[in-house]
Design a protein around this ligand. Structure first.
Ligand code: CA
Length: 576
């Protein structure tokens, strides 16, 4: 009798201490994020980036009952595009907002716990709005990148900075908008700035101290770093770049990476080669417009797949690489700015399948499955201004898709339930011509002019369900304004996505039928998430119109001029 009560007393004691010890995000939590429904601790809702939740409490039968439980304003005079994906951990939402801000929000009440403001210098040069796409979490630290190209580590309890590391000179055009990636205790981060002739790179730092472990430039000829020493050169100098052009060659790694634990591979996409005028840099211009597989231990390149060699249209192929297994094989899929949906063997980077996912593509006839290269329509490449026209402006061509892409940054989702990809795409084209240009630090380095135009009267945006086995489009939802937000799927048979018109929508994953919508008050360009707490399923998304379309969209920007800015996060559930 006495013995028993002692055991009870000890276990009660242990329970209390387990509650007082602060929870802390482990590598295991991160590895299992796609299965752990009580948290969202990775960008992509899992390291592989599938954005699929096994939750089915909210499903096709009851999603019409979904209502908001709180909305949180990012406040201030600063609004603009809100592109982030929130993180959920230990009763708190961690979310980034425009102008390099981070908020911690109490999940129960929607009240602010703390705010961190990066206080940006004058003279930052974000190409495509002052957005931020999300934070990362490891241990008790929140990580995020700033528009002046710093990686910042914050104490998750207080929001106070632990360390800051500069990844590039903002005066030369470097900035950061992507969410960091955590792999085995290292923070992995890339850089933006392809329109200013920066050099893309991916870097790994110790999450505790911020100390650089490795750095891998993504343009050939530049030297890598490992443990404080030069490691290996990226590629071979001048193999695919003429003269000194590689020194300002772009290849920005401006979107976050993904990680595949099954092959221990980090994937990043790389942006356009600089400048846009392709006649100034004859050659493939490696490793621009590529998907690159990195060794997480030393940053060496395992393989690469280039989607648009010698890119002449700003088909800035940073698009996310999503790992998935089908028929016992390890694949990766990516939907490119250039309008083609690619399936690769993710162990070797070999092309398995490539198919157009937007209509009337002009720049290439097809992707040759044997060589993996596009079959170009040579007359759809904007001409060399030194050989045609008056020397100042080359011949203009109408190219589809526009440089804002068949798909831009906004992430697609893979449903393990339907085995389909859900791709937020846009149908538009552009007049594009080349101009002479030379590199000048901190100045736009394009050598091109352009006007983006809609193709159809009734829609530009198009959410497509794509079968990766065949490349066939199973269903399509057309949206008047261009889509600019991420997609999420769930085991409830649902697809969630927001629109620039302000609606947060749920679709039937099998049929594409629209089952629910809610007006959030400003355009949605954020990335939805879902999680479970006390047996209830929650869904959140940011609202706040902005991003590249209003800034670069030409005639399309006129079509969406009436859309109002905002800055908030909405959280929904089904009332019990
Ligand atoms: Ca670009």
């Amino acid at each position: 009798m006495k013995k028993t009560s002692l055991v009870v007393a000890i276990s009660a004691c242990l329970t209390i201490s387990a509650h007082t010890v602060s929870a802390s995000v482990t590598d295991q939590d991160i590895l299992n994020d796609h299965k752990m429904t009580g948290q969202v601790v990775t960008n992509g809702m899992g390291l592989q980036g599938q954005r699929f939740s096994p939750l089915n409490i909210i499903n096709t039968g009851n999603v019409n009952k979904l209502v908001p439980i709180w909305s949180f304003s990012f406040g201030g005079e600063k609004q603009r595009g809100q592109e982030a994906q929130p993180l959920i951990y230990d009763g708190v939402m961690y979310v980034t907002a425009s102008y390099s801000r981070v908020f911690a929000i109490d999940l129960k009440t929607g009240e602010e716990l703390w705010q961190y403001d990066a206080r940006l210098p004058d003279g930052i040069m974000p190409c495509c709005d002052v957005v931020n796409r999300g934070a990362a979490i490891h241990g008790d630290t929140i990580f995020f990148g700033t528009l002046d190209a710093k990686l910042v580590a914050l104490d998750r309890k207080t929001g106070k900075a632990k360390w800051k590391k500069k990844l590039g000179d903002y005066k030369a055009g470097y900035s950061i908008t992507a969410a960091p990636l955590i792999v085995e205790g290292k923070v992995i981060m890339g850089v933006s700035g392809g329109e200013f002739g920066i050099i893309g790179k991916v870097e790994a730092r110790d999450a505790e101290t911020g100390k650089l472990v490795w750095s891998r430039p993504t343009i050939e000829g530049h030297m890598g770093m490992l443990n404080g020493k030069e490691s290996t050169m990226t590629g071979k100098k001048n193999a695919t770049w003429p003269g000194d052009m590689w020194k300002y060659g772009g290849g920005a790694t401006w979107l976050g990476g993904t990680y595949d634990p099954e092959t221990r591979t980090i994937f990043y996409g790389t942006g356009n080669p600089a400048p846009w005028n392709s006649h100034l840099r004859p050659g493939d211009n490696l490793y621009s417009t590529s998907r690159i597989a990195f060794n997480p231990d030393n940053g060496e390149i395992k393989w690469h797949y280039q989607t648009t060699p010698n890119d002449g249209w700003d088909f800035d192929g940073v698009n996310e690489v999503v790992s998935f297994n089908q028929d016992g094989k390890k694949f990766a899929a990516t939907a490119d700015r250039n309008g083609f949906f690619y399936v690769l063997d993710r162990e070797e980077g070999k092309l398995v399948n490539a198919s157009p996912f937007v209509r009337d593509i002009t720049w290439a006839k097809e992707i040759d499955l044997k060589s993996g290269r596009p079959v170009y329509n040579d007359d759809n490449r904007p001409s060399d201004p030194t050989k045609s026209g008056d020397g100042k402006k080359g011949k203009s061509v109408f190219a589809v898709p526009s440089f804002l892409g068949g798909k831009n940054w906004m992430p697609m989702s893979y449903s393990q339930q339907t085995e389909l990809f859900y791709v937020p795409s846009n149908e538009w084209g552009m007049d594009i011509w080349n101009e002479p240009v030379s590199y000048k630090k901190g100045a736009a380095y394009l050598g091109a002019g352009f006007t983006i135009k809609p193709l159809f009267e009734d829609y530009i945006g198009s959410l497509k369900a794509i079968d990766p086995r065949s490349g066939k489009i199973v269903w399509e939802y057309k949206n008047h304004a261009p889509l600019w937000g991420g997609v999420m799927t769930t085991a409830g048979g649902l697809v969630f996505m927001g629109t620039p018109e302000g609606y947060f929508k749920a679709f039937d994953a099998k049929s594409g039928d629209e089952l629910w919508k809610f007006q959030t008050g400003s355009g949605i360009v954020g990335q939805p998430i879902t999680w479970e707490q006390n047996g209830e399923q929650y869904v959140s998304v940011l609202s706040g119109w902005g991003g590249a379309v209003p800034l670069w969209g030409g005639e399309v920007a006129k079509r969406v001029r009436h859309l109002n800015q905002g800055g908030s996060v909405w959280t929904f559930k089904i009332p019990n």
